[in-house]
Design a protein around this ligand. Structure first.
Ligand SMILES: C[S@@+](CC[C@H](N)C(=O)[O-])C[C@H]1O[C@@H](n2cnc3c(N)ncnc32)[C@H](O)[C@@H]1O
Length: 281
């Protein structure tokens, strides 16, 4: 069994266009954006760019472009926001939602590992829940730094799946479920790694915020698909039997019916600035 087969389908975010139903990915992003904790860390991650009217800003891995639209509003007509995403379907969706709305923005397909963008170009660059899915996250951060001007700001937000928990008795099946769910995505521990990555690239004025996203409605998790994707993969790879999955789901449903369902995952937002260019004496 390959390691890839043991992971729930957060893995699909690395190449959305290969999925049979790309609209489901847009719906997933819309559902998440509706959660208070998600809206809160997003607001903070945009604030940390400290954008001013007239500036140029990049939203890397823009998804449906909703955040790109907020960035465009912040820099105003004299500035511009660019949304870049690896997925053509996501870029199409962004354009459908946000072009012709009078905002200074555009969207392009691109890979963060190799951006077709000039050096020192943007005043602010952000990537929101993208680094967990990247093959080479360190190279990708270096690429974000390359396209940011001296003194410009870089902000990255990502979960750390090692912090993902659901309240259920620690039976062997529940422990196995957590073990699998805590390893979802290519880089499940990226949240705790970002600070060191920013330091290693010489970014300054680092700030870290941890947001706890809580889930108190099992139906929301089911709608997101995370829960079932984890269970399906667990069964397909022989790590849980159908009976064990049934038992875990029953406990979670009992919690929900009793109004005490609870789960959480931490999302880390790291921001920093490129050192100002030193002018020659
Ligand atoms: C979980 S979504 C987050 C979307 C958006 N930032 C948000 O917060 O709603 C991750 C996005 O990163 C994009 N992505 C994945 N790998 C990428 C890469 N190598 N370069 C650029 N975008 C990538 C995916 O296509 C997807 O739209």
């Amino acid at each position: 069994m390959s390691q890839e087969e043991t992971r729930p389908n957060q893995h699909a975010w690395s190449d959305v266009d290969k999925a049979p139903d790309t609209q489901a990915f847009a719906a997933y992003l819309d559902t998440l954006r509706g959660l208070d904790a998600i809206a809160e860390y997003k607001r903070r991650s945009i604030e940390r760019l400290r954008l001013k009217p007239g500036q140029r800003v990049l939203d890397l891995g823009c998804g449906t472009g909703d955040d790109t639209a907020l960035l465009a509003a912040a820099v105003g007509p004299a500035g511009g926001a660019l949304g870049v995403d690896f997925s053509g379907a996501m870029v199409d969706e962004s354009r459908r939602r946000w072009l012709n709305k009078g905002l200074p923005l555009s969207f392009e397909v691109g890979d963060v590992h190799k951006l077709d963008l000039p050096n020192d170009h943007f005043d602010g660059v952000r990537a929101d829940r993208v680094f967990q899915h990247l093959a080479q996250p360190t190279d990708a951060l270096a690429e974000l730094v390359r396209v940011t001007r001296p003194g410009g700001r870089v902000v990255v937000s990502d979960p750390d799946w090692g912090t993902y928990i659901l309240d259920a008795p620690p039976t062997p099946a529940v422990l196995k479920y957590h073990d699998l769910a805590q390893r979802q995505a290519k880089n499940p521990w990226i949240g705790r790694q970002l600070y060191g990555m920013f330091r290693a690239l010489g970014l300054v004025e680092l700030e870290v915020t941890v947001s706890v996203t809580t889930f108190t409605d099992l139906n929301v998790l089911e709608r997101l698909g995370n829960l079932d994707a984890g269970f399906i993969t667990a069964v397909q790879t022989g790590q849980l039997t159908e009976a064990e999955v049934g038992a875990v789901k029953r406990v979670l449903r009992e919690r929900q019916d009793a109004g005490r369902f609870f789960g959480s995952v931490n999302i880390y937002t790291i921001s920093g600035a490129l050192p100002e260019a030193v002018s020659a004496p």
